[in-house]
Design a protein around this ligand. Structure first.
Ligand SMILES: [Zn+2]
Ligand SMILES: [Zn+2]
Length: 332
């Protein structure tokens, strides 16, 4: 079977590798779709990988069952969490579907391949009314991150939310929060992504190359600031903007990863009663809530803006790396 390999410096190769065999508790899945994630870009642009790729968002059809798999059968359509539970049946986090909180979770990758391995316990069987695009987004971090972040809001009825960074995670936050009827203000330096944000229901967009993001958010909120700000750019300047643009007593949520940066504990947090919240990945148990929202009308799948055959992955990566797309989906 063919497997994509990050060959370094933005190059991709297709390797012929042997068909996969599942170990106990695992399944082999015949890939139907996989989607690109910003977290792959470091290896893609940098030194590449010795074997395989950074793909970790995919859905497909169960091809082979390992021993001790009882929750799936061959032919099932499944979406997959790449973060799999530990092997301890008594683990309080994994038994509740909170795999990322367990110290012993296991990561499965190489999903940009004609087949991939997954833990059977990290698979969700997709109902017939769930298409592949929706399925891959709500069983993976594609839509999982925005949803997981939304569960952390202290103010359950915020009126204004400011999103800093309109990559796929930021845009997912826009789709979800606009669906909930909130005024979403989006700041990004890419006009193409601001245009997507407006298409997905943003109330206002700001290009900080043209006007000051914090001042504009203050103007749009009668000088008060946004109820919640979400950092999705993973940049020091947008961290500071999140604290400056949030209302006193408001909440800053972090989605974007980055190295250490200096921050004023007194100025940013204490003196303004700000809550700062980290939100990483999503919980496997949140799938059913996302499924319900999609059935009620949430257009999660609009987050996918480009679709390409697996054989044209290079074009997909170029578009994605140029910062002009939402999610890019590969079809097998
Ligand atoms: Zn991802
Ligand atoms: Zn566990």
């Amino acid at each position: 079977m063919k497997q994509l390999r990050f060959a370094g410096q933005g190059k991709l190769e297709y390797d012929d590798v042997p068909d996969l065999e599942p170990k106990s508790g695992e399944v082999v899945i015949k890939t139907a779709v996989s989607v690109l994630c910003g977290s792959e870009m470091g290896a893609y642009r940098g030194n590449g990988m010795k074997a395989g790729n950074g793909g970790h968002e995919a859905a497909g059809i169960v091809l082979k069952l390992g021993e001790n798999v009882t929750n799936l059968k061959v032919g099932d359509r499944v979406g997959v969490s790449p973060v799999a539970p530990c092997n301890d049946p008594a683990c309080s986090y994994c038994s509740k579907g909170q795999f990322t909180w367990c110290k012993h979770w296991k990561f499965y990758g190489n999903f940009h391949s004609e087949q991939f391995l997954a833990s059977a316990r990290a698979c969700q069987v997709l109902p017939d009314d769930v298409d592949w695009t929706t399925g891959v987004l709500i069983t993976g971090d594609g839509f999982g991150v925005p949803y997981h972040s939304s569960t952390k809001f202290i103010n359950k009825k915020p009126s204004t939310i400011a999103v800093f960074g309109a990559g796929p995670i930021g845009l997912g936050n826009v789709i979800l929060q606009a669906y909930y009827g909130r005024r979403v203000i989006v700041s990004d330096i890419s006009e193409a992504r601001l245009e997507l944000a407006r298409k997905f229901g943003a109330f206002a967009t700001i290009n900080p190359k043209e006007k000051d993001a914090v001042e504009t958010i203050k103007e749009l909120t009668d000088g008060v600031g946004a109820d919640i700000t979400i950092e999705c750019a993973g940049r020091p300047e947008t961290v500071h903007q999140c604290f400056a643009a949030v209302r006193t007593g408001g909440q800053v949520i972090f989605n974007g990863e980055q190295p250490e940066i200096p921050i004023s504990i007194s100025g940013a947090f204490i003196r303004r009663d700000i809550t700062a919240t980290g939100s990483w990945f999503y919980h496997f148990c949140e799938y059913s809530d996302m499924l319900r929202l999609c059935r009620e009308g949430l257009q999660a799948k609009s987050l996918v803006t480009h679709r390409l055959p697996f054989a044209e992955a290079a074009t997909g990566y170029e578009l994605f790396a140029a910062g002009k797309t939402g999610k890019v989906l590969l079809e097998y």
